[in-house]
Write a protein that binds this ligand. Structure first.
Ligand code: GLC
Length: 614
C-alpha cells in the first residue's frame, strides 16, 4: 500500500501527488507508479471502479450505499462503518455556522474516510436550493418560483455556478438541487421550489445543472447536482405533500417527466426519488419507475438516492423493515438517506444479500454508479476543501448576481401609474410584516429547514433597498402596522404575504388568503387615501382578488432572498419589470388546482406580467 501523505494534500499515491502538482512524469516513473489501479488517476474511471470493486468486501459495498446525517454519525463512526456518504439535512450546521467551520467539519469526515483500509472518500450532500442556504453569510438567491418568472436560463446557469462555488468553499461535493417539480396545486407547501406549473419552466431552467456541475465534475468549483424528486411530487391530489399522485401514465409522462429528460440530457449526476405515491404505490418502492423508466428507458447512468427516510413509507407503517429494504434496493435505489438508523439498515441489507433476496449484482450496480461519480468528482485526488473559494461566500459579485435575479423575477400585476415611484422629492411610507425581514423575504430552506422571521443572515431587506434607492429630498418612513401614515405621503408601499415554511408544513388545504395582520395593515393604509403599492412576498400565488381593487399597484415579489435591493430597483424603475407569471393566479382558492389550459378563468393568466410605459 503506497505510503500516505498527511494533512491537506493527503492523496493515495505518490504518483497522484506528483500528477496533482503537475509534475511531468517520465514513462519510467509512470510505469513504476506504485499502488493499485483505482488509485491511479491516469487510468480510465471504469477501470478504477472495476479494480476498487474487486477489492471491496460485502460490508464495504453495502456501506457505500448509505448516507447518514452528520448529527448522528461522527467522522470516526462513519469511517468505522465505512459509510459512503454524509449529509446535512436542512439547518444541520456546525457551530459556529461559518463557511470555515463547515470546511473544517467536511475535512474531518474526509480525513477519517481516507484512513479506512481502501481509503474511499466520502461524498457530502446538502440542500443548497437557493444558494448555500444553510450557511450564515452565504448569498441567498430567489427561490425557483421567482426564477420561473424571470425565465432566463442563462441567469439560472450563472446562479448554479455561484451556488457551486459557495458550496465548494465549505468542502461539500453534492447539492440536492435543482428541484424540477411541476407544482399543479398551489396549496402544496413546496410550490415555491417549482419553476412553474407546466414542464417548460423546469426544462428551460435545468441549465442550473450545468452551472452546478460545470464542464467537468472534477474541475474546481463543480459539485454534483441532483434532479428531484422523481416523480410526480407536484401532482398530488389537493397539493398534499408526500401524498398520492392520481393521474394516468400519459399525464405523468407529459407533465412530470420532461424536466428529468432535460436533466439527464444535461448530465445530472444523481436523481432523488420522491416521497409521493403514484396511484397508491410509493415511488420509493416502484421498480417500474426507478429501473424500467429512469435507468433503462431514460438511460440514467448516475446514481439514485432516496429521500429522507423515504423507504420507511413504502409499507405505510413507521420505520423500515427487511421487506422494505429489499423492495427499495431491488427497485433500483442506489444510495439510502438513512439519517439515524444506518446501522440497522446495514444489518438488514447484509442479511438480504446473504439470503440471496437481493442479488449481489444489484449491490455492484449501485456501487459502480456511486463510485463512478466519486472518481469523476476527483475526490480520490483532491479529497479536501478547496479553500480558495471561501472568498466567494456572500461576495459582492454573487450578491450582484442575486440582485439581478431578484429584478428579473418581479412580476408587475397591476399599476394605475403610481409606479415607478419618484426617486427624488418624494415622501414615501413603507409598512407590512415583510418589509423589513430578511427571514421572511428568504422563505423556507434558509439557515434552518423551515426558515424563520428576523435578521437570520446578512442581507438587504426590501425596506433597506427602498431607503438606498430614494434620492434627493426624499424621505422614507417605516412602520410595520402603517401607524403614522397620513395623506401627506406620496405613496405607501405595503409589503405583505407569507412567513417561512418548508415541505408539508407549508401545505394550505384551507386556502390561500392573506392573514389578519396583512389585511389590517392594508385596510389602514387604504383608509388614509394614499396610493397603495402592495408587494406580495410569498411562495405562491395568494387569494387576493377581493383586496385587489383597493390597491393602486401590485408587485409579486415571490421569495427574493438576501438581495431586497432588486425589489426596490423595480419599484423606482431602475429596472423595468420583465417578469411573467409561471403560475396561473387563481381568482379564489376554490379554483385550486388551476393550470394553464384547464379551462378555468384565473385572476391573472400564466405568462401575464406588465411593464412600465416609459
Ligand atoms: C427532505 C426533502 C428533500 C431534501 C432531503 C434532505 O425531506 O424532501 O428535498 O433534499 O430531505 O434534506
Amino acid at each position: 500500500m503506497a505510503s500516505r501523505l498527511r494533512g491537506r494534500r493527503a492523496t493515495t499515491t505518490i504518483l497522484a501527488c506528483l500528477l496533482a502538482a503537475g509534475t511531468a512524469l517520465t514513462p519510467l516513473s509512470a510505469a513504476a507508479a506504485p499502488g493499485p489501479i483505482y488509485q491511479n488517476p491516469r487510468k480510465p474511471v471504469a477501470d478504477r471502479v472495476a479494480d476498487l470493486l474487486g477489492r471491496m468486501s460485502l460490508d464495504d459495498k453495502i456501506a457505500q450505499m448509505v448516507q447518514a446525517e452528520r448529527n448522528a454519525a461522527t467522522p470516526a463512526r462513519a469511517a468505522e462503518l465505512r459509510l459512503g456518504s454524509i449529509l446535512s439535512g436542512g439547518g444541520s450546521a456546525p457551530t459556529p455556522n461559518t463557511a470555515e467551520s463547515w470546511a473544517d467539519m467536511y475535512d474531518d469526515y474526509q480525513r477519517a474516510a481516507l484512513a479506512t483500509p481502501l481509503g474511499i472518500p466520502t461524498i457530502y450532500g446538502v440542500d443548497a436550493v437557493h444558494g448555500h442556504n444553510n450557511v450564515v453569510g452565504a448569498t441567498i438567491f430567489p427561490h425557483n418560483i421567482g426564477l420561473g418568472a424571470a425565465d432566463d436560463p442563462a441567469l439560472a446557469e450563472r446562479i448554479g455556478r455561484a451556488t457551486a462555488e459557495e458550496v465548494s468553499a465549505t468542502g461539500v461535493d453534492w447539492d440536492f438541487a435543482p428541484c424540477l417539480c411541476v407544482a399543479r396545486d398551489d396549496r402544496w407547501g413546496r410550490t415555491y421550489e417549482s419553476f412553474g406549473e407546466i414542464p417548460r419552466n423546469a426544462v428551460v431552467n435545468s441549465t442550473i445543472i450545468n452551472g452546478l456541475q460545470g464542464k467537468r465534475l472534477a474541475a474546481p468549483g463543480s459539485v454534483l447536482a441532483t434532479a428531484k424528486h422523481f416523480i410526480g411530487d407536484g401532482g398530488t391530489t389537493g397539493g398534499k405533500d408526500q401524498g398520492n399522485t392520481e393521474i394516468s401514465e400519459a399525464e405523468l409522462r407529459a407533465i412530470h417527466l420532461p424536466p428529468f429528460r432535460a436533466a439527464i440530457a444535461r448530465g445530472v449526476g444523481s436523481v432523488m426519488i420522491s416521497f409521493n405515491s403514484w396511484n397508491g404505490v410509493k415511488d420509493h418502492g416502484n421498480k417500474y419507475l426507478i429501473t424500467d423508466l429512469l435507468k433503462n428507458e431514460l438511460r440514467f447512468t448516475g446514481f439514485v438516492v432516496s429521500d429522507w427516510n423515504g423507504i420507511d413509507q413504502i409499507d405505510g407503517q413507521e420505520g423500515f423493515t427487511a421487506a422494505e429494504v429489499r423492495q427499495a434496493v431491488n427497485a433500483g435505489l442506489d444510495m439510502f438517506m438513512v439519517p439515524h438508523d444506518y446501522a440497522k439498515f446495514l444489518d438488514l441489507l447484509r442479511a438480504e444479500v446473504q439470503a440471496n433476496r437481493v442479488p449481489l449484482a444489484r449491490i455492484d450496480d449501485a456501487n459502480r454508479r456511486i463510485l463512478t461519480k466519486k472518481f469523476e468528482l476527483g475526490l480520490f485526488e483532491r479529497p479536501f476543501t478547496d479553500r480558495s473559494f471561501l472568498k466567494t461566500v456572500g461576495s459582492k459579485q454573487h450578491r450582484d448576481l442575486a440582485r439581478q435575479a431578484v429584478r428579473e423575477s418581479q412580476v408587475l400585476l397591476r399599476n394605475d401609474g403610481v409606479l415607478p415611484l419618484p426617486k427624488n422629492n418624494a415622501k414615501l411610507f413603507v409598512a407590512g410584516k415583510n418589509a423589513n425581514d430578511i427571514g421572511n423575504q428568504s422563505g423556507g430552506w434558509t439557515i434552518t429547514w423551515q426558515g424563520s422571521s428576523g435578521p437570520i443572515t446578512p442581507g438587504t431587506t426590501i425596506l433597506d433597498g427602498i431607503k438606498q434607492s430614494a434620492g434627493k429630498n426624499s424621505t422614507v418612513t417605516y412602520d410595520r402596522e402603517a401607524d403614522g401614515l397620513d395623506s401627506s405621503y406620496r405613496a405607501a408601499v405595503v409589503v405583505v404575504g407569507e412567513t417561512p415554511y418548508a415541505e408539508g408544513q407549508g401545505d394550505r388545504p384551507d386556502g390561500l388568503a392573506l392573514d389578519a395582520e396583512d389585511l389590517a395593515t392594508l385596510a389602514k393604509a387604504k383608509a388614509t387615501g394614499v396610493p397603495v403599492v402592495t408587494v406580495l412576498v410569498s411562495g405562491r400565488p395568494l387569494d387576493i382578488a377581493q383586496q385587489l381593487p383597493q390597491w393602486n399597484a401590485l408587485l409579486a415579489s415571490w421569495l427574493p432572498g438576501t438581495e431586497g435591493g432588486g425589489v426596490a430597483d423595480v419599484l423606482f424603475g431602475a429596472y423595468r419589470p420583465t417578469g411573467k407569471l409561471s403560475f396561473s393566479w387563481p381568482s379564489s382558492s376554490a379554483q385550486e388546482p388551476i393550470n394553464v389550459g384547464d379551462g378555468k378563468k384565473p385572476l391573472f393568466p400564466y405568462g401575464y406580467g406588465l411593464t412600465y410605459r416609459r
